[in-house]
Design a protein around this ligand. Sequence first.
Ligand code: IMP
Length: 171
Amino acid sequence: MRLATGILFTEKQIRQRVDELAAQIDLDYRGQPLVLCAVLKGSIPFLADLMRRLTGDVRLALIEMKSQVDGKHASILFTSRLDLAGKHALIVEDIVDTGITLDYLIKHLEVERSPASIRVAAFLDKPTARKLDVPVNYRGFTVPDKFVVGYGLDWQERYRNLPYITWVEPE
Ligand code: IMP
């Protein structure tokens, strides 16, 4: 695979969209404490940009997950100290593809952590690949059925550092 020459979303487009999402989230939670539950590693640039634009009472938890290679199961590898009981949780994801990872995480947090509510902020949404019906309450952009990289998203751990979104394609 090699990096495509085209760009799907530029730095400027990303900045504008993250501004809009943050404004909407601020409005919806209106100063109620909010715990951002960021899924490592792909969400890091989105998390960093989003959280700096939020003006309310924002706390942070980090979660590392494994999206199983068989495409059917997910599991949780690590969570930072995480007190969600009675608090509003906002899962911060890089991309929702099949929905398997997110479905597992939502159910896990509901059962194990008893939050007051759970919503999802996904920087990218690839609806063509969806296998499970999961909520995406705040969506940055919808992407076509390509393997996208940049702004935290990787292909074999590469390209996370690109400040824009592009894709990889067969050589
Ligand atoms: P899902 O469980 O299929 O919804 O996706 C789980 C994870 O797969 C995402 O959080 C990403 O880390 C990764 N992923 C899915 N599609 C892409 C892509 O197009 N580019 C990079 N990573 C992806």
